[in-house]
Design a protein around this ligand. Structure first.
Ligand code: THG
Length: 367
């Protein structure tokens, strides 16, 4: 076995000690931090998310703050999603694209005020990008990393847990909206959000010294509802069709290929990074599209660590970008990123480490 050597290069989450105390069994690197990936019983953790409620350390979704008179202008330049109707206390799922229209991150944007935003980022360096664009465009904005760390509470009983802590008003919080709250002196931004389709909240901890205290408050409040530790759940997110940037995307993926076209507004101003490339893609049609894939057979597959080739009639047509045994569909399922001429319903071959497995393409989500 290997171990991760302690180092400043691999930053620990404010919830690190609490996850160790909860029995975390492994981590993956994400945004140069450690993200917990399991507590020893993956299937129990899955069913807890589906039937009850789980708490996840997702501090790796770092917060890049944009602050200053041009912060709103910068936010709009960074994304081809129209932000004119986004108001304070509201969040939006956005794509960040480069000048070629390639998606380089898919953060949640939180609008704190007219001149203050957070980008809650996926696994790539948005701080460098935001600072570069700020300088190139001569904007009056500071971009920096805020001391803010999300703790997700996900599952059908998340409403009950969060209401037990903060009161019943939380049940009316709208999706991606958030509110500043405090519990036992711990400052938080409470948002209805999270990377599952089972419902829930994210508690954005605004004081990195209080991670264990917050973790324990949630754990205590969650006891009557069967709460337990978990992490962003591969099986649930694949069943639900949620994108993992950097796993399901490559260096040439644009938002239209992966079902994010609905978050692209082509009539944003011409100075929005990537919009002119995206207008071309939209006019000419994307080369690839993302579909679901159900493999034949009923023995659970191993986790995916490379993209598998997808072949039709001897022709390579794309890749299977993830794969997992679905506990609800009782089949191995995954996402396919394939040529546009390949459609839902088509039979395909997946080439896995020399072996061939057949499967059928379908629409997403699976459930
Ligand atoms: N939490 C926080 N930040 C994050 C993530 C997170 N940043 C990176 C990454 N995860 C962002 N990815 C997603 C992807 C999808 C959704 C949320 C975060 C999501 N999508 C809904 C859907 O697809 O149905 C609705 C989106 C909409 O229509 O507006 O919720 O997990 N803090």
């Amino acid at each position: 076995m290997f171990e991760i050597s302690p180092s400043i290069r691999v930053r620990r989450s404010p919830f690190f000690e609490a996850t160790v105390a909860a029995g975390v069994k492994g981590f993956i690197p994400y945004n140069q931090m450690l993200m917990p990936v399991g507590y020893g019983d993956p299937e129990a953790e899955y069913w807890r998310l589906i039937n009850d409620v789980a708490q996840w350390d997702v501090a790796v979704e770092r917060q890049i703050e944009l602050s200053g008179p041009d912060a709103g202008k910068l936010a709009q330049i960074l994304t081809p999603r129209d932000l004119t109707k986004c108001v304070a206390d509201q969040g939006k799922y956005i794509a960040l694209c480069n000048h070629r229209g390639t998606i380089i991150n898919d953060p949640i944007l939180l609008k704190l005020d007219e001149d203050r935003f957070w980008l809650s980022i996926a696994d790539s360096n948005v701080l460098f990008w935001a600072r570069a664009i700020t300088a190139e465009r001569g904007l009056d904005v500071e971009a920096f990393e805020a001391d803010v760390s999300p703790l997700a509470v996900q599952g059908p009983k998340a409403n009950d847990v969060i209401a037990a802590i903060f009161g019943d008003w939380v049940r009316d919080l709208k999706f991606f909206w958030f509110k500043k709250v405090e519990i036992e002196g711990i400052p938080l931004m409470l948002a209805r959000s999270g990377w599952s389709k089972q419902g829930g909240f994210e508690l954005y901890l605004m004081d990195g010294t209080k991670g264990t205290a917050l973790w324990d408050i949630v754990r205590e409040a969650g006891q009557p509802f069967g709460i337990g530790p978990g992490n962003p759940n591969l099986c649930e997110r694949v069943e639900s069709g949620l994108l993992s940037w950097g796993s399901d995307t490559d260096d040439d993926t644009n938002p239209y290929e992966i079902g994010l076209g609905k978050y692209i507004d082509l009539d944003v101003a011409d100075d929005v990074v990537g919009v002119s490339a995206l207008r071309d893609v939209n006019a000419n049609g994307a080369k690839r599209h993302q579909l679901g894939l159900v493999l034949d057979g009923d023995s659970p597959m191993k986790p995916h660590i490379v993209w598998y080739d997808i072949v039709v009639d001897g022709r390579k047509v794309g890749h299977m970008t993830n794969g997992v045994w679905s506990h609800r569909k009782k089949r191995n399922i995954g996402f396919a990123l394939v040529s546009r001429d390949i459609a839902s319903g088509d039979r395909v071959e997946v080439r896995k480490n020399g072996a061939v497995v057949n499967g059928t393409l379908c629409d997403l989500p699976f459930l």
